[in-house]
Design a protein around this ligand. Structure first.
Ligand code: NAD
Length: 263
């Protein structure tokens, strides 16, 4: 299937590893021009080199902290001078701190808000006007299934990603008439560095060996396995495509069937 994005420019955030990198690889294979960013400059540079080999084209990149307004401003300028305004914007950022809601202090809520919400709102504000002018755009936001089923110990993710989802839905209503779609992709448990660390720490607190914890955990997933980043990225690539032109304001779960809600 030709996804119709070989002439499109894509900015993929937090793409030095994990889900962001997998999405960038998938978009590169479809021929999109790419700019990537992430916090860790060494891993970012290596990812850009890997993407250049794969796509046979120059990849733009910038190390930045997406929770900081000045860094986002630099990112907008760098993207613009590299290839102009993007047609496809993939929002992604590292996970927030873990904590119980009752123990989360105001400064941790604020930090989570800056990281998860302001990163999305800030970049949308910078890039949406050009998409409206072009009458074409795809915005994809990596969230979590925590927006459908709160996950114990992830209070900041549960609360603020839900706010991001509501913001995305509101915005999608406003820009649909300009052929701009805005959708959220909610990963369940996809096999990346972060999930490895998360599962290790859960095994420790439950006093089970890692193997025992994993065996029990996998029973809660109908597919009986973790997802692969490539499987997650394929859905992102489809939502970024010309083919997904009538899908907007939605959250798509990539979770092997784990969530218990019927939609
Ligand atoms: P990862 O740890 O493998 O990769 C995180 C990426 O984010 C890296 O490129 C890192 O440099 C970048 N990053 C971190 N903080 C940043 C910042 N402030 N500014 C710019 N870049 C930053 O993580 P992952 O598993 O790929 O997860 C990506 C996102 O999806 C996270 O928010 C995570 O909480 C969420 N998520 C992942 C899963 C999963 O199964 N992997 C499940 C639910 C939610």
């Amino acid at each position: 299937m030709d996804l119709g994005i070989s002439n499109k420019k894509a900015l993929v955030c937090a793409a030095s590893k994990g889900l962001g990198k997998a999405i960038a690889m998938e978009l590169a294979q479809e021929g999109a021009q790419l700019f990537i960013c992430a916090r860790d400059s060494k891993a970012l540079q290596e990812a850009a080199q890997e993407l250049e080999k794969l796509s046979k084209q120059k990849i733009g990149y910038l190390a930045c902290d997406l929770s900081k307004a000045d860094d986002r401003q630099n990112l907008v300028s760098s993207v613009n001078s590299f290839f102009g305004m993007p047609d496809i914007l993939v929002h992604n950022v590292g996970g927030p701190k873990t904590s119980l809601a009752k123990d989360t202090n105001l400064s941790d809520w604020q930090e989570g808000f800056d990281k998860l919400f302001q990163s999305v709102a800030g970049l949308n504000q910078a890039f949406l006007p050009a998409m409206i002018d072009k009458k074409w755009g795809r915005i994809i936001i990596v969230t979590s299934t925590s927006v459908l089923e709160p996950i114990a110990g992830l209070s900041i993710s549960n609360a603020i990603r839900s706010a991001v989802t509501a913001m995305a839905k509101t915005l999608s209503d406003e820009v649909a008439q300009f052929n701009i779609t805005i959708n959220c992709l909610a990963p369940g448990m996809i096999h990346t560095n972060r999930t490895g660390e998360l599962l290790d720490s859960r095994a420790k607190t439950s006093n089970l060996s890692k193997e025992q914890y994993m065996e029990d955990y996998l029973k809660s997933i109908p597919m009986r396995r973790l997802g692969e980043p490539k499987e997650f990225a394929a859905a992102a690539c489809f939502l970024a495509s010309e083919k997904a032109s009538y899908i907007t304001g939605s959250t798509l779960c990539i979770d092997g069937g784990k969530r218990r809600s019927t939609y």
